[in-house]
Ligand binder design. Sequence first.
Ligand code: SAM
Length: 286
Amino acid sequence: MVATPIGNVADITLRALHVLGLVDRIAAEDTRNTGQLLARYGISKPLLAVHQHNERAAALRIIEHLQAGERVAYVSDAGTPGISDPGAKLVDAVREAGFPVIPLPGASALATALSAAGDWVATFSFLGFLPPKAKQRAATLQPLATHPYAMVFYEAPHRIVETVEALGEAFGGERKLLIARELTKLHEALHQCTLAEGPTWLAEDANRQRGEFVLVVEGAQAETAGEHDHDALLGILLEELTVSSAAKVAAAITGVSRNALYTRALALKKDEDEDDGGDGGEESEG
Ligand code: SAM
């Protein structure tokens, strides 16, 4: 599995060039693109197409080549194979067939964006591409609203604005957002703002919506992350106590801030009142 550049062709590693020059055959997601990259470095090898739609069948052909004693490299279109790219099924099949799979590290848009993101991204989760349809995208994002780690997404230019808007709707406008565009390329841009500011920044200049994007979004703060964790406890306490007292007792038990628990208890109480057909008004605190 050989990583290749994500824009700047100089980002190929010496080891990648050595291995690509050494193998008997190169399997590639896009044989034309890979052919151009190889030509640039004076490498000419038989190519074999392995893309999203033929990965399993192509894996069997690669295994036949391996069984015949050949060494085969795989390169995806750009960056590291298997990261939002074909490669994973090939890895499974080759390993199952009893051959070693050797990863060659190199460029990835994920690691490149993270390396310039800053301390707030110390722990992160990689989500790749969100579903293109609004409803599915919202359903994917909703449970992530309490996710405590920074989240990294990939996005294409034609959906970048709606995706940033959807992130703001799901997570609130205040979280940090890093827009990493056209990494390693001529028009590379890294812009850090809030989720609320993101769509405006993108709209200010149509060029900002062009190219390839990595989006890094701050995770939920500890209080928000735990927001729903104590619903069961608050529910029990609310049966006997006022919102304020329930929050106070829950804070003493859990160590979570009383204010955060008060806000959550108030929301639970309101939901309960509405379910009971009440007016949903806040109870008075004594
Ligand atoms: N395997 C690749 C990797 O290791 O990053 C990712 C392939 S995925 C099909 C392509 C997506 O990666 C793009 O839509 C974009 O979100 C991101 N990407 C790839 N190259 C990029 C670049 N130069 N700048 C910003 N994002 C990039």
